[in-house]
Design a protein around this ligand. Structure first.
Ligand code: F6P
Length: 366
């Protein structure tokens, strides 16, 4: 490492447990090992556009390992290349990247550590093209980021969702109901597949496998006839029927990812009830899955990622994202990451494991 004096840190996109653990690790490591000043950027890329920053000292990041959220704030709308701006009473999107580059230079930031998912890495790539040095850290409960086996935040979210499936089990059993648990994850099924397997769901529906309503009804009816008078369905917010459409809960005009998914469990539950006559209920877990304290696994992974990011800076390896491959912390060029979604491969070993224990994936055959 030579000549690196100041590093900026920001958290971008939807929050998730472990963000503070990364901020703590990267800051402590940069200060103590490399004597580098760390500047926290508030609310993701918005802080760079609006010049809202504050120094992060060692004591500022003490005691935050276990806390959820991010001490820096975040935004899943902020984008320097498409910044919403009110002109003549109308919202227009303008390119603010020149301003961001000016602010980075004025702040004398040699490197930006961007902690985020695919949206953040996509913006990071464009900033690299404009000459900014970046280190990425892979975050998201969805676990859908290309280049790493696992993102931090996933383990906590999958644990929360699995616990929810467990809890739904007992009430489903008491009332002899078909209970649907709707789980986040956008267009990837990792979270639902993990929680469904861990919670012993009878049916798991993921975006990668369009479901067949007949096949689902057959499973719940068969269970009911055998005396198992309840069924648990773990359904991903991004699941859809064969030939059907995604269920969109809201459209956010000024967000890079304009659609928010949600509500599939309610519609599907009604359809199952109409077809089978079995009483159904739906529970949408929503942002519960993103809140609160990280699991021990996520605290460890976040700490490894934060220290790994500082290591890259120390070695002068720039414009890479730290990643976990196998059980090793490695680095991947950011230009290889943005814009791709890592979905569940149809022949993934997890899919096979679910099928082997008798779980339906909502189709007769994959
Ligand atoms: O990407 C994380 C995530 O929680 C997704 O699983 C979900 O679809 C989305 O963000 C929700 O976004 P918002 O916080 O804007 O509602």
């Amino acid at each position: 490492m030579s000549g690196i004096k100041r590093v900026g840190v920001l958290t971008g996109g939807g929050d998730c447990p472990g963000l503070n653990a990364v901020i703590r690790a990267v800051t402590k490591s940069l200060i103590t090992r490399y004597n580098i000043d760390v500047i926290g950027i508030e609310d993701g890329f918005d802080g760079l556009i609006e010049n809202r920053t504050r120094p992060l000292h060692y004591d500022d990041v003490s005691g935050i390992l276990q806390t959820g959220g991010t001490i820096l704030g975040t935004s899943n709308k902020a984008n320097p290349f498409k910044h919403p701006y009110i002109r003549d009473g109308k919202t227009v999107c303008i390119d603010c990247s020149d301003k961001v580059i000016r602010n980075v230079n004025d702040l004398e930031l040699d490197i930006l550590v961007c902690i985020g998912g695919d949206g953040t890495m996509g913006i990071a790539k464009k900033l690299i093209d404009r000459g900014i040095n970046i280190i990425g850290v892979p975050k998201t409960i969805d676990n859908d980021l290309y280049g790493t086996d696992i993102t931090f935040g996933y383990d906590t979210a999958v644990s929360i969702a699995a616990e929810a499936v467990d809890r739904i089990h007992t009430t489903a059993q008491s009332h002899h109901r078909v209970m649907l648990v709707e789980i986040m994850g956008r267009y990837a099924g990792w979270l639902t597949l993990g929680a469904g397997i861990a919670g012993g769901a009878d049916i798991i529906l993921i975006p990668e496998i369009d479901y067949d309503l007949d096949a689902i009804c057959k499973v719940v009816e068969k269970r009911s006839k055998k005396g198992r008078r309840f069924s648990i369905i773990a359904v991903a917010e991004g699941a859809k029927e064969k030939g059907g459409e995604l269920t969109i809960s809201r459209y956010i005009k000024d967000s890079p990812d304009k659609f928010r998914l949600g509500g599939i469990s309610v519609n599907l539950g009604n359809e199952i009830e109409d077809r089978t006559g079995l009483e159904t209920r739906a529970t949408i877990l929503g942002h519960l899955q993103r809140g609160g304290t990280p699991t021990a696994y996520d605290r460890i992974l976040s700490t490894r990622y934060g220290v790994g990011a500082a290591d890259l800076i120390g070695k002068g390896i720039l414009n890479h994202m730290v990643a976990l491959q196998g059980n090793k912390i490695v680095s991947v060029p950011i230009e290889q990451i943005g814009g791709k979604t890592r979905t569940v491969p149809l022949h993934d070993e997890l899919i096979n494991a679910a099928l082997e224990v008798g779980t339906s994936l909502g189709v007769e055959e994959i």
